[in-house]
Design a protein around this ligand. Structure first.
Ligand code: ADP
Length: 605
């Protein structure tokens, strides 16, 4: 690709999913790196034609689409019959997974529909029940690493909620809460707070700010301020059930209430939980709490020299984190990521086969402001200077018990150092830098392995060892990050692969599946996963003869008798699909579909 090309990106003013003006230059630079790394055309021609979902004839499907157009207006229904365009983070497709671990045409939608209101979502749901067509809701579709915008069942009709339902319905400057529709990104919410002069409130953002506030919470995503557990920080849902009823959970069920966003529970069973990481409803509104501006903040960074520092360091982190001396999700990253985040392909440093040798990345680190090391800790202290000093002194005393630990003075770091991106994120300012390590491979794509463990040195070591073993076997560079919550930690391992290289895709898939099995054998389970891994991960939560999945299936059949809503998501298959080989696991290869669906089963609404 020509480096002279000007890489424009839609702005927030132009598009709900656009970039804020303050990040335009960063977006341009990031886009140019992504496009430099593409070795083939940005579009994949369709070999297999439009993906008609199983269980309906082609003719009946097109009749159904005509009816949907009548219901919603033909401008709001679109067939997915064109070439598949890959794009990049800021201009992502809503038709398929732009970082496909399977063949690009496997996890694709048959059509897209753009509702403009909850009432229109109800219409879509009723239509899907009538024709027994699978539907798959997305808010923004930037769930990259976990399937992006792709549906689990090939040929589902994707409901792109964000395109027309993207209003910030309320921001309450006294209660520090907001109410949003699916298409509100972290960028949009942050910019709106600034515009309204609400600097006394912070949002919490994930590593990248383009995701949906609602979608991320529903999928139990995390961020890096003390409000980083997004699901825990939400209050209030509006949900369209798979049979078309609309439910408001929590205080929202009480007409005339004024506490929907301030008291999450309401009265009776706490039903919100069944709508996160499930396929039981389409969330059309979500309330979120906002954090008070702590009156100052200060990022800090420590480096550690040895691989073996991991266990003692985690032991030091645990009590500091539980007692809130470490106040946000504590991030301990492998130093290879510090090299990769520069955004250059790995071939810049090394062109050999298999895993990059340690001496190669150590040589690069020595040239960087961070200096040579094996682990990097990114943290943030909140509050006015004297409060911060109290906490930072304790942290320094504890961290430097590890021989060779170094505090990196932020004033020595250049403005383009990744540290400053982490600084923004931990202050609730959405950024666009994290994706740069995706350029490590040509046609760079990523998929995550995210197991949860206790905050203990021996657990960190066990997970690191199994990840390292499987990465070495697969010839994939290991870039782990330990993210420490209050009582547990997630290990996030992003596998970067070339999505146009089938051999590498298969190797990545095998590496992930092996790690999931190895981790489960040691008692670790994933907190979230990619569409193709959901069956396998759900299968590891199998205590008492799969009692939890049987309960989930019972609920699925009761709430969604026709099995139309996101079949298979989180491993929950409706009755019509069960026992027909839809589950994916070790050895599934590129095949995501089963053998048909039960004919005629289900309920007429
Ligand atoms: P992001 O917020 O990162 O852009 P998505 O919009 O893709 O991500 O949401 C993440 C996942 O959560 C989706 O793949 C979908 O399965 C589920 N999801 C998103 N929005 C909704 C919603 N409004 N109702 C139900 N499920 C949703």
């Amino acid at each position: 690709m020509s480096s002279k090309r000007i890489f424009t990106t839609p702005t927030l003013a132009e598009k709900h999913s656009g970039i804020p003006d303050r990040l335009i230059d960063k977006a341009r630079a990031a886009k140019s790196l992504v496009y430099e790394g593409k070795t083939t055309s940005d579009t994949t021609p369709r070999q297999r034609g439009i993906a008609i979902p199983q269980g309906i004839s082609k003719q009946r499907f097109f009749e159904a689409i005509e009816e949907l157009k009548k219901e919603l207006g033909s401008e709001n229904v679109e067939l997915n019959d064109k070439e598949l365009k890959e794009g990049w983070y800021m201009e992502h497709p809503n038709t398929h997974d732009m970082m496909p671990i399977l063949d690009s045409e496997e996890l694709v939608a048959s059509a897209l529909v753009y509702p403009g209101s909850t009432e229109e979502v109800v219409k879509i749901v009723r239509w899907a029940n009538k024709f027994k067509v699978p539907i798959f809701p997305i808010s923004m579709g930037r769930n990259l690493g976990y399937g992006g915008a792709a549906p689990r069942v090939r040929g589902s009709v994707t409901i792109d909620l964000g395109r027309r339902m993207n209003k910030i319905l309320n921001i309450d400057p006294d209660d520090y809460t907001c109410l949003v529709e699916p298409g509100v990104s972290y960028y949009a919410l942050y910019e709106e707070l600034q515009k309204r002069g609400y600097q006394h409130m912070w949002i919490d953002t994930p590593d990248l700010g383009g995701g949906s506030v609602l979608g991320n919470a529903v999928d139990r995503g995390v961020g890096y301020t003390p409000y980083g557990d997004h699901w825990a920080c939400h209050s209030g849902l509006e949900v369209v059930l798979p049979t078309g009823e609309v439910v408001r959970a929590g205080m929202g069920a009480l007409p005339g209430n004024n506490t929907w966003q301030s008291f999450p529970y309401g009265f009776g069973p706490y039903s919100d939980g069944i709508f996160s990481q499930s396929n039981y409803g389409i969330v059309t509104k979500l309330g979120m709490t906002l954090m008070p501006n702590p009156g100052g903040y200060e990022s800090f960074m420590y480096t550690f020299q040895n691989e073996s520092d991991l266990a003692p360091l985690i032991e030091i982190i645990r009590p500091l984190r539980i007692s809130n001396i470490l106040e946000n999700v504590a991030q301990l990253r492998h130093a290879l990521q510090t090299v990769a985040i520069k955004g250059k392909p790995r071939s810049t440093y090394w062109t050999g086969e298999g895993v990059m040798p340690q001496e190669v990345y150590h040589k690069e680190l020595k040239k960087m402001p961070v200096g040579d090391c094996e682990w990097v800790y990114y943290g943030m202290s909140y509050g006015p200077p004297h409060i911060r000093k109290y906490k930072l002194d304790i942290i320094h005393q504890e961290f430097t018990k590890i021989p060779g630990a170094k505090r990196i003075d932020p004033s020595t770091l250049p403005a383009d150092e990744y540290f400053w991106s982490r600084d923004k994120i931990a202050a609730g300012i959405p950024d666009l830098e994290e994706l740069l390590w995706v350029n490590w491979m040509p046609n760079g794509s990523h998929i995550a392995f995210s197991p949860v463990s206790p905050i203990r040195g021996k657990d960190a070591e066990a997970l690191y060892a199994l990840a390292k073993k499987r990465h070495t076997e697969a010839g994939i560079d290991l870039m782990p990050a330990f993210c420490v919550g209050l009582r547990e930690m997630h290990l996030i391992v992003e596998i970067v692969f070339d999505s146009k290289n089938e051999k590498m895709r298969r190797a990545a898939d095998k590496c992930l599946r092996d790690m999931i099995d190895d981790a489960a054998a040691l008692g670790y389970g994933e907190y979230r996963t990619h569409l193709v891994l959901m069956d396998q991960v759900a299968g590891t939560y199998n205590w008492n003869d799969n009692a939890l999945m049987r309960f989930n299936e019972k609920m699925k059949d009761a709430l969604d008798p026709n099995g139309i809503l996101a079949p298979g998501r989180c491993g929950i298959w409706p009755a019509r699909y069960r026992g027909r080989g839809w589950e994916m696991g070790q050895g599934s290869g590129e095949k995501s579909e089963g053998e048909g669906v039960a004919p005629g089963a289900g309920t007429r609404l």
